[in-house]
Design a protein around this ligand. Structure first.
Ligand code: NAD
Ligand code: MG
Length: 397
């Protein structure tokens, strides 16, 4: 029986995780759940999954949750804030932690799980972009197993030889030449370029293949998501930027590929449903059912591929530049992007200005020294957010 903490339980990944967990009550029990704003939904999940702890951001949310849990006769202990998240991520009775908080806000608890040597199911790519080296070193020192949930990275992981799954340093010895990340191209892949300045948050969040949270949906529309994934792949698999390529594949059926020295290319395919990578990471190295239906290739008929359009997707270039520059650049780019996306979702910034905010902040702060600990990464993240906040009103005009 595995004991699991689900951070970000009310989100898209959190909900899919609990769907898979509920299919296997003989294998998994829920130790702790967390949520940010949706306290009512968290209370319902507590009623259903009976965790020992539930974590919310502050005392007001804590008081509300305690009331709801008491009315429901649920005995979960309520914790608050980042300290509460880190506590349930590192607790000695926890085996696996699903890190599914969105944004750099998820860094501290993910890092706590890594340090404590947990099986870390990593959906929160921003944690790795903000503090890649720090996170990887902490996982190694703590003896943690990091299993990627992001569908592309999970696909790459599945296509690697076992020695390279166990140790990112072993990709060369395993004959890996390059990683090919697939990208859907998002909702605006074929939209006329001159219309992009006017697109709305609703249009940006209407992804053709995946149902996801709003922030990652906007990132998919700008392809910043693939940029973040490029950086994520670098830290997870230890390959340099020039050995990670991106190919647009609008059907999202091939989730990514690994190319070997002999010319073989291994791919992982499946219906676009996050329960597949979640079930894979939960049960690895075993396999369990996920609730995802069989892939019907004849019904699909064809799979298409094209290169990403650099004019349409400037964020992809920024992410490559940030990864090449290293140092503070990935952390700074991620922070700027979180601010720009939030402003776009609140209709304070046009879609096309997201890339402009990102570029200005990256230019201004990307050359800083790499942070060497959590406090340094959080301070840099904070500074980049402040600069982005100052630039947003000007770029909105
Ligand atoms: P979501 O917006 O649906 O859910 C986010 C979760 O995080 C919620 O439970 C929310 O309560 C919590 N949260 C938000 N802000 C918080 C804060 N400041 N502090 C603590 N908790 C907070 O997002 P999602 O789509 O589930 O994505 C979660 C993560 O997984 C992201 O990093 C995303 O990039 C990654 N991911 C998602 C998908 C997907 O299909 N949804 C695919 C790959 C990777
Ligand atoms: Mg992905």
């Amino acid at each position: 029986m595995q004991s699991i903490t689900v951070l970000g339980a009310t989100g898209s990944i959190g909900t899919s995780t609990l769907d898979v967990v509920a299919r296997h009550p003989d294998r998994y029990r829920v130790f702790a759940l967390s949520a940010h704003r949706r306290v009512e939904q968290l209370a319902q999940l507590c009623g259903r999954f009976r965790p020992e702890y539930a974590v919310v951001p502050d005392p007001a949310a804590g008081a509300r949750l305690r009331e709801l849990l008491a009315a429901d006769g649920c005995g979960a202990e309520v914790l608050e804030g980042t300290a509460g998240l880190a506590w349930v991520a590192a607790h000695e009775r926890v085996d696996a932690v699903m890190a599914a908080i969105v944004g750099a806000a998820g860094l501290e608890p993910a890092l706590a799980a890594a340090r404590a040597g947990k099986r870390v199911l990593l959906a929160n790519k921003e944690a790795l972009v903000t503090a890649g080296r720090i996170f990887v070193d902490a996982a190694r020192a703590g003896g943690a197993t990091v299993l990627p949930i992001d569908s592309e990275h999970n696909a790459v992981f599945q296509c690697l030889p076992p020695a390279a799954q166990a140790d990112a340093g072993a990709l060369d010895a395993g004959g890996v030449r390059r990683i090919l990340l697939t990208a859907s191209g998002g909702p605006f892949r074929t939209r006329a370029l001159h219309e992009l300045a006017q697109v709305t948050p609703e249009q940006a969040c209407a992804h053709p293949n995946w149902s996801m949270g709003r922030k990652i949906s906007v990132d998919s529309a700008t392809m910043m998501n693939k940029g973040l994934e490029l950086i994520e792949a670098h830290y997870l698999f230890g390959l340099p930027e020039e050995r990670i390529d991106i190919v647009v594949h609008p059907q999202s059926v091939i989730h990514s590929m690994v190319e070997y020295l002999d010319g073989s290319v291994l791919a992982q395919l499946g219906n676009p449903d996050m329960r597949t990578p979640i079930a894979h990471a939960l049960a690895y190295p075993e396999r369990i059912s996920s609730g995802v239906g069989a892939l019907d290739l004849p019904a699909l008929g064809r799979l298409d591929f094209e290169p990403p359009d650099p004019l349409r997707f400037p964020c992809l270039r920024l992410a490559r530049e940030a990864l090449r520059a290293g140092a503070a650049a990935p952390c700074v780019l991620n922070a700027a992007n979180e601010m720009a996306v939030a402003a776009f979702l609140e209709r304070r910034l046009p879609f096309t200005a997201i890339a402009e905010v990102n570029e200005r902040v990256l230019d201004a702060l990307g050359g800083r020294r790499a942070p060497d600990d959590l406090a340094g990464a959080l301070a840099l993240d904070e500074e980049a957010r402040a600069l982005a906040a100052a630039r947003i009103p000007r770029l909105a005009a």
